[in-house]
Design a binder for this molecule. Structure first.
Ligand code: UD1
Ligand code: CA
Length: 452
């Protein structure tokens, strides 16, 4: 039996943020979500989150995650005090307790699995993860013998100069035999520089205490401040880009691009510099993205090209060309082989196959039929100041430059709209619609008379 407890009650003073530390985002997911998902593969019987600072906010953010138990730690008197809060809810639980600091987001699931396996095979009272860090400043130092038996953990601030030279670092990830831990938790004291109850002090009270060193020290990076947050982001981004390169994506300047965990790419996608993928985006085979794009929660079919553009909650079918300088806002559904050109904004609209909106347009709350050609500067006037209305344009229609379609309005198939028209009434199929002042020409015009 396995229970997992994530320590997420601390304020995160060193972040200097209104947001609780465990809710800081990293590649689109919060720290605590990352820690939680790193132990999914272990299928623990119980998953407990210890909350305290802004507990309600942390619980609200995690609403979508089922099967979590919350235990309140109030006030927050250290990591040992946090785990003491489990004495009642875990009670006579017979099994192991995996304790994870809520601010260690880069752990690989395999690392946790092998920690638990080693712990069970050795019969230790506790097995903790360690790494040798080039710069262990701020971390607890682990004192162990060559066989891996741990005698003590001393916090950086409590170490003397010689102890500080020990680079074996505590990751803040422990697998305890719960009954043995429960017996020593009440013995903790606040005899340290911070005057807190330290979970790390249980290690000297448990026999045998073992450690497992991870090969990749990045994995155990804990986040206490914004610098460490940015370093973890860099590690995650590097992992994500390497993963997708291995899957057949080309990045011409990888370091300038950022990816979210939930973005997916097909084969032979080329990502040019300065492209950012957020949320759950899907990029189809052979797409060419960039330079300079932001793509969030959007679905792109195959062979789509997007240049210097922003797409949010948009769907774009195969073979479209988007940009430069286009914006597809939520609810944009673009059919196959459409062209959306420079300074065009589309929102909550469906464009059937082959639509061209090449220059300087706003298409909002509209349905454009197949092959519609939207002239430069055409605007759907969808808002009357109170309500939004739809514009419907039938297949094969063409709007002249600088047309305004005042919604609600329907144009049938194969309508032609003269340039500069403001249309307020429906137009039947096959018609030419003009809505502009007739041109006047005064011949031999000598201009106004000069002032006397
Ligand atoms: C802790 C370890 C240190 C280790 C490091 C790894 C202790 C005493 N020290 O130090 O040995 O090298 O993690 O990153 O455990 N928390 C609570 N309640 C509290 C205090 C903290 O839930 O009262 C939570 C925090 O929200 C955080 C985690 O525990 O998620 C760790 O707390 P933090 O203050 O960051 O510990 P470190 O000083 O980093
Ligand atoms: Ca920490």
């Amino acid at each position: 039996m396995l229970a997992v407890a994530v320590l997420a009650a601390g304020k995160g003073t060193r972040m200097k943020s209104a947001l609780p530390k465990v809710l800081q985002p990293l590649a689109g997911a919060t720290l605590v979500e990352r820690v939680l998902s790193s132990c999914d593969a272990l299928h623990p019987e119980r998953r407990i989150l210890i909350v305290g600072h802004q507990a309600e906010r942390v619980e609200r953010e995690l609403q979508g995650h089922s099967g979590l138990e919350y235990v309140l730690q109030q006030p927050q008197n250290g990591t040992g005090h946090a785990v003491q809060q489990l004495l009642e809810p875990l009670g006579d639980f017979q099994g192991d307790l995996l304790v994870l600091n809520g601010d260690v987001p880069l752990l690989r699931p395999e690392t946790l699995t092998s920690l638990v396996e080693q712990h069970r095979a050795s019969g230790a009272a506790v097995t903790l993860l360690t790494a040798r860090l080039a710069d262990p400043t701020g971390y607890g130092r682990v004192f162990a013998d060559a066989a891996g038996a741990v005698s003590a953990i001393v916090e950086h601030r409590d170490c003397n100069d010689e102890q500080r030279r020990n680079s074996l670092t505590n990751a803040g990830i422990y697998c305890f035999n719960w009954q043995q831990l429960a017996a020593v938790l009440p013995l903790l004291t606040t005899d340290n520089d911070q005057g807190e109850l330290y979970l790390t002090d249980t290690v000297a009270l448990l026999e045998p205490a073992m450690h497992r060193e991870v090969a990749d020290a990045d994995e155990i990076t804990g986040i206490n401040d914004r610098l460490q947050l940015s370093q973890c982001e860099a590690v995650l981004q590097d992992r994500l880009r390497r993963h997708w390169m291995a899957e057949g994506v080309t990045f011409t300047d990888p370091a300038s691009c950022t990816l979210s965990e939930d973005s997916r790419f097909g084969r032979d996608v080329v990502v040019e510099p300065q492209c950012h993928f957020r949320g759950a985006s899907r990029i189809g085979d052979g797409c060419r993205i960039g330079p300079g794009c932001l793509i969030e929660d959007s679905l792109l079919g195959a062979e789509v090209s997007v240049v210097y553009s922003v797409l949010r909650q948009a769907r774009v079918a195969d073979g479209c060309a988007i940009g430069p300088f286009a914006q597809l806002r939520p609810g944009s559904e673009v059919g196959e082989h459409c062209h959306i050109g420079n300074f065009v904004e589309v929102k909550n609209s469906t464009l059937a196959a082959g639509v061209k909106v090449n220059h300087l347009s706003y298409i909002g709350d509209a349905d454009l039929g197949a092959g519609v050609n939207v002239g430069a500067g055409t605007i759907t006037a969808n808002y009357d100041g109170v309500n939004k209305h739809r514009t419907v344009v039938g297949a094969g229609s063409k709007t002249g430059a600088n047309s305004v379609l005042v919604a609600p309005i329907r144009l049938g198939d194969n309508v032609t709209v003269g340039a500069g028209s403001t249309l307020t009434r429906d137009v039947p199929a096959g018609a030419l619609a003009l809505g502009r002042a007739r041109q006047l020409v005064k011949e031999n015009w000598s201009g106004p008379a000069p002032n006397p």
